[in-house]
Design a protein around this ligand. Structure first.
Ligand code: SF4
Length: 303
């Protein structure tokens, strides 16, 4: 198999430069990679993980620090999985790699009723195997191909179906504190990744070989976001910025902000403090709520 195409058109170079700079920025902003790291890049064969590996390898060559990359693919034994594609590709581009064979497919088929989406359990099992492999390989970081749009979709999924304001972080310490997961594509829009993968003609392996039903809830949210983006270009980017700009005091979670401890500065004016209350009310419409004066105990006159 030949290495991926390197088109020469200006539009490709612009796109490549954009994705490289976005990834570099995300890595810097979240301290994703440090000197001497061994980064295990999980490659499923989809457009996102191919793009992740490709751009991260470029940054590896130009970065001021040294870090190693190990590409890992998990062969889950789905029927029809083209097991030769990724090893041939990794050989062609000259990246160190490991293929892990583990039949999670049979387990998922056995446990999930026919016609139901299998992706939840499939992903959990895959994650477990990948964490084990990371430990075996001495990987200090596990890089996943989730991008900006995945993170926004997850935010809405959690809000709509879980009642939680929670997304998917760019960098995560696993619950057992043994692994750090990074998402270097966190700032990259999915549409640009898809365009990049088409330009490069990566050997894509579809994630539908298992015959799982699509995750309907995620598909609906994706459609909602795409409709918004068409109507109001830039909305997804604005939504993403909101994840980076959180104001706990303007939400309603008492575990994040000490609402109980809030106290106003009690300013008690003297009889002749010179404040013209009518004039004050003119500039502070809220005072009108108190029928021309401040309530007792809030610095206003007694009635
Ligand atoms: S589509 Fe199939 S292989 Fe992909 S995550 Fe879902 S269950 Fe797993």
């Amino acid at each position: 198999m030949a290495a991926p195409k390197q088109p020469t058109s200006n539009s490709f170079k612009k796109l490549q430069g954009f994705l490289r700079s976005r990834m570099g920025q995300a890595i810097a902003d979240y301290g994703m990679i440090s000197e001497g790291d061994r980064v295990m890049v999980c490659v499923s064969g989809g457009k996102d993980s191919h793009t992740l590996l490709d751009i991260l390898r470029h940054l590896q060559r130009s970065a001021p620090i040294h870090f190693d990359i190990l590409a890992v693919n998990l062969d889950q034994k789905q029927p029809g999985f083209p097991a030769h594609v990724l090893p041939e590709y990794f050989e062609a581009i000259g990246v160190p790699y490991r293929i892990v064979e583990q039949d999670t497919y049979s387990t998922v088929k056995r446990v999930i009723p026919e016609g139901k989406t299998m992706c939840g359990l499939c992903s959990r099992l895959r994650r477990g195997v990948l964490y084990r492999v990371a430990a075996e390989e001495g990987a200090t970081k596990i890089a996943l191909g989730h991008h900006r749009d995945d993170m926004i979709e997850t935010l809405f999924l959690n809000m709509f179906h879980g009642g939680r304001l929670k997304a998917m972080p760019p960098k995560l310490l696993t619950d057992d504190r043994r692994h750090i997961v990074i998402r270097p594509l966190a700032y990259c829009p999915e549409a640009d990744i898809a365009r990049y993968a088409r330009y490069r003609e990566f050997p894509i392996i579809p994630c539908t070989l298992c015959g799982s039903q699509a995750n309907l809830q995620r598909a609906q949210i994706k459609e909602m976001l795409q409709t918004w983006e068409k109507q109001w270009p830039g909305r997804t980017e604005t939504l993403f910025r909101s994840l980076q700009n959180v104001a706990p005091s303007q939400l309603a979670d008492p575990t994040l902000f000490d609402f109980g401890g809030l106290e106003s500065a009690q300013i008690v004016p003297s009889e002749d403090d010179g404040i013209d209350t009518d004039l004050e009310a003119e500039f502070n419409p809220a005072l009108a709520l108190f029928d021309g004066g401040l309530p007792v105990g809030a610095g206003g006159r007694d009635r």
